[in-house]
Design a protein around this ligand. Structure first.
Ligand code: ATP
Length: 236
């Protein structure tokens, strides 16, 4: 079966810095795939390369059998991919509802209302805060909003960049539960996480990135027991 997302030999540069080095990976429909690695390994770069910003300097990105490497970001999003970016990036001066509308900017009114109901079903907290300015909410609530905003476009593939960074343990557990709930609704998830333990626990498969290179690829369960992963990423 053709993978939903495929990166073939991707190289991504920032000027002279090569942040992704010949990366090939696949995400199949219905999977949660986790990408783990140290700070600066190139995880964000890879997710953003899928979104077309920055662009790969060589290699190709395929989504549902189509080469999307050179498409502008807004067209990539319309293909059925959405991202909840690192640092959440909600619009602080806009309300929850207004932020959600931004995630569905290309939808008609009915689809926006349906999307909002769907997001409020997943995140009852956001319904309670619907008219609150996003900048006044807690980190966990802002993260829920960032994920909710990404879901507004009804993506088939959701990219999540560090969704639990800086959050309290209880909130982290909630976010991981929500990621699993999103997958059980049929959305495929490609997750970048510092929290390797939890990320691998919920993952069907995972990739380990070091200095821009994929150095390991296996099921989540196997990576959790891999001695190198345990030593480098699980504090064993
Ligand atoms: P972190 O968890 O710290 O975000 P990461 O694994 O996501 O790390 P990237 O943010 O992708 O890693 O960074 C990979 C490399 O690219 C690093 O050396 C970083 O300094 C560099 N880099 C990232 N963004 C830029 C940029 N806009 N300009 C120049 N270099 C960058």
């Amino acid at each position: 079966m053709q993978p939903m997302l495929e990166l073939r030999q991707i190289n991504t540069h920032y000027g002279a810095i090569r942040a992704a080095c010949d990366v090939s990976l696949q995400v199949r429909q219905g999977e949660i795939v986790s990408l783990i690695g140290a700070n600066g390994a190139g995880k964000t770069t890879l997710l953003m390369t899928v979104c077309g910003n920055p662009r790969a300097s060589s290699g190709s990105v395929w989504f549902e059998g189509e080469n999307i490497t050179n498409l502008p970001s807004h067209l990539i999003m319309r293909k059925g991919i959405a991202i909840s970016p690192e640092g959440r990036r909600v619009f602080p001066d806009l309300t929850v509802t207004e932020n959600l509308k931004m995630g569905g900017f290309f939808l008609d009114k009915t689809a926006i209302e349906a999307g909002m109901e769907h997001v409020f079903g997943l995140f009852p907290r956001l319904r309670e805060r619907a008219h609150q300015r996003a900048g006044l909410m807690s980190g966990g609530e802002q993260q829920m909003l960032a994920i909710g905003r990404a879901l507004m476009s009804k993506p088939r593939l959701l990219l999540l960049d560090e969704p639990t960074l800086g959050l309290a343990p209880l909130v982290i557990a909630q976010i991981f539960e929500i990621i699993q709930a999103i997958r059980s609704e049929g959305v495929t998830v490609f997750l970048v996480e510092q929290n390797a333990n939890k990320a691998l626990h919920i993952a069907d498969r995972g990739y380990v990135l070091e200095n821009g290179h994929v150095v390991l690829e296996d099921t989540g369960a196997n990576l959790l027991t891999n001695p190198e992963v345990r030593k480098a990423y699980l504090g064993a």
